[in-house]
Design a protein around this ligand. Sequence first.
Ligand code: FAD
Length: 451
Amino acid sequence: MIGGDAAGMSAAHSALRAAKAAGREARIVVLETTGDTSYSACGIPYWIAGEVASGDDLVARTADEHRAAGIDLRLHARATAVDTTARTVTYRQDETTHTIEYDELVLATGAHPVVPAWARTPAGALVAGVHPVKNLDDGALWTELLAGPARRAVIVGGGYIGIEMAEALLHRGLSVTLLTRSRVMGSLDPDLGELIERALVEAGVDVRTDTTVTRLTSVDGAVTSAVTTDGDEVEADVVVLALGVVPATELGEAAGVPVGIARGYLPDDQGRVAPHVWAAGDCCESQHRMTGERDFVALGTHANKQGRVVGDALFGGSRAFHGVLGTAITRFAAGGRVTEIARTGLSTRQAVDAGHDVAVLATESSTVSGYMPGAETMVTKVIADRRTRALLGVQIVGGPGAGKRIDAAAAALWGRMSVDDLAEMDLSYAPPFATVWDALQIAARRLAERI
Ligand SMILES: Cc1cc2nc3c(=O)[nH]c(=O)nc-3n(C[C@H](O)[C@H](O)[C@H](O)COP(=O)(O)OP(=O)(O)OC[C@H]3O[C@@H](n4cnc5c(N)ncnc54)[C@H](O)[C@@H]3O)c2cc1C
């Protein structure tokens, strides 16, 4: 396995189990560039915020635990070349080049954070104070940076990592400016994105949409401001790069493994990408269940499942990965308010592009019975096909308790239900949890009636 995080280690353990079940012997070598394995990148913003005490808390299984399970884990070992004909991997460890042979190869190299040219010095290093948030080394660097005198932060990127970092940096007492080329949370429809933008602004974040960074200024090598296309100079002691990720496929590409439009590997439903070569996780494109098209959705939820499928397949298993819906959730908590943000299925734009006759409605309702303490407003947007009445997507923005409702919507989409089914499903109710018609059902019912 190349890559020792979610996908790679899931594959390794799944392969061990499958081999045991098949009465076969498995010799599994995992190469990992960093010194960490099985870490939750998802938890890094909460570590930076100070909500999680240490990076160690984010490690699900340590190197010792993997080794005790029988995995030959090689840390600080970076694979540099793959030869799919000779079936070898070349890697660098301790300044030495090694070559090992394989019977089956799993590519689980994840994704690279996007780092624009303006973030680098002429020598190619990152400008001091400017950094992405990707792995535990990045998390450690951010905790170090924030232990210093930094007061002003610029976040470049308005996706979920940008928002989670805005929350973290506000918690750390910094003033935060968020610059985004288009709008906040572009994976949601614009009207729901505006609700999130409003929450950020109310918490004191200076949000600038339709704003592109063109260069940085620095003094003695350390960043002092981000300069935008409008010529604005936004002062900054630190700059967070939250511009998204691209699949890390250079090893496979150089060895002739095909990639798709997003440059991710194109696994079949068991993870095979070439003879004796498999791939899982963020380095892959996945099939979107709503369109049948390939899509690049880099999430830990998929990486773990895909790794498990691949490990099983290595020893003749028949598990399969059944595609993605684009289900995702995050929150922005600051200034005593929590805004939960969730989506599943197609956005209105995606549904139109996929050729649907789209019916869409956003409905405001309450997270719990209005007379209960803690009742909060939530907005639920339901997207359906007017002709077939098929449910296509759901988006939610609202107070505590709103977001996880997306899972019922995801289950409905997974089961290919109609908007009427969602309106009529048997969902739970008691005053501290929901209204008698749950917010999701009120929204689905109103859209169904309108159609
Ligand atoms: C800040 C942040 C928050 C996130 N929050 C969420 C969330 O809330 N929910 C969610 O579902 N997902 C979230 N994600 C996404 C999730 O972390 C990823 O989808 C998941 O980690 C992908 O797992 P992976 O194993 O495919 O790739 P990675 O986690 O990127 O692991 C790939 C590993 O391969 C190693 N590697 C790469 N190249 C080589 C090489 N040549 N040789 C050896 N080793 C190599 C890397 O060092 C890395 O450890 C978040 C990500 C980040 C960065």
